[in-house]
Design a protein around this ligand. Structure first.
Ligand SMILES: O=C(O)c1[nH]c(=O)[nH]c(=O)c1Cl
Length: 314
């Protein structure tokens, strides 16, 4: 007999009845897509990263499904901050679901401009500042420049009083884990979300002897199975280094309840599903919830706290 198992979690004062969310960028560009996710088993939804004005994004083909995941160079196509801010204001907290508003300015000024708009709005949910888009030609990922991260957070927290999360790129070196953590621990950041896609990978089709996406000569962000070990490493390393007041959303390589279990074992408070959600749609949230509950029941866990962050070393 299955004792009551809970998949509930929280970030700051925000309660999620289920720890599963979509990842920004996947099936979240229109209000229809976002409403579908809110109506599913997911604990909430995340909007496509917004820029101050609507953007068409990069030329197609700009995303390719692959046997072990995906590669994309979308180039931030979105309907602009006003469109998503309106949706967020209207839907945040409805039926106990959280709406996370993702913003990705192409400069510090654009980020400040959008965050000022959010601060002055009626939206009282979580905002996710995306410092890690790898696909705008000529723009590097802010998350790899620790001084730039410090600058944008210093400017932001002069006026932004609402809860703020940061979407960060994957880090690959202990000096980077240490460097970004030293910056983040200096600021009232509510959570960090690791990882964004592994930037500027290259997939080749040996039949046609060609790249598979058009933008940037075929270079694009990798998602799916390819990135799970890197995602788990970033969740674990930042959990070990960040002040406990900063929560962690684990993103990267999730397509099963076992993948979620691993992210939580490494310290994730919530998780986001990108590539696999893109392929499967909203039924994935029910499938993965059931799989995770079965794993927890077999292992004798009732809540996520029973095993969160308790990864063993040998
Ligand atoms: O090309 C994109 O739109 C994109 N693609 C990604 O893989 N991560 C991001 O943060 C963004 Cl903003």
């Amino acid at each position: 007999m299955q004792t009551k198992i809970s998949l509930a979690s929280h970030i700051g004062d925000y309660k999620f009845d289920n720890l599963l969310l979509n990842a920004a960028g996947v099936r979240c560009s229109t209000t229809d897509e976002l409403e579908k996710t809110l109506d599913s088993m997911a604990g909430g939804c995340v909007t496509k990263s917004a820029t101050p004005e609507e953007r068409a994004g990069n030329e197609s083909p700009r995303m390719k499904a692959l046997p072990l995941g995906s590669i994309n160079s979308m180039g931030l196509p979105n309907h602009g901050i006003d469109y998503y801010l309106k949706f967020a204001e209207e839907n945040q907290g409805q039926n106990g679901k959280q709406v996370i508003l993702s913003v990705a300015g192409l400069s510090i000024d654009q980020n400040i401009e959008m965050l000022k708009k959010v601060q002055e709005s009626a939206f009282d949910g979580l905002t996710e500042l995306n410092l890690s888009c790898p696909n705008v030609a000529g723009k590097s990922q802010v998350g790899y420049d620790f001084d730039a991260v410090r600058d944008v957070l210093t400017a932001t927290f002069k006026f932004f009083k609402k809860p703020l999360g940061l979407k960060l790129p994957p880090y690959f070196d202990f000096n980077q884990f240490n460097g970004i953590s030293e910056v983040l621990n200096d600021f009232p950041v509510t959570y960090i979300n690791v990882i964004n896609s592994i930037g500027n990978g290259l997939v080749v089709d040996p039949e046609t002897e060609s790249v598979v996406i058009k933008p940037k000569g075929g270079f694009g962000g990798l998602g799916g199975d390819y990135v799970k070990p890197t995602a788990l490493a970033n969740v674990r390393a930042l959990r070990q280094r960040l002040d406990p007041r900063i929560s962690i959303i684990g993103t990267g390589g999730i397509k099963s309840g076992m993948d979620v279990f691993e992210h939580v074992l490494c310290g994730a408070d919530l998780v986001q599903i990108g590539t696999a959600f893109g392929y499967e749609g909203t039924p994935i949230f029910e499938r993965i919830s059931k799989e995770l509950e079965e794993i927890m029941d077999k292992k004798g866990y009732q809540t996520l706290d029973d095993f969160r962050g308790k990864l063993k070393t040998i």
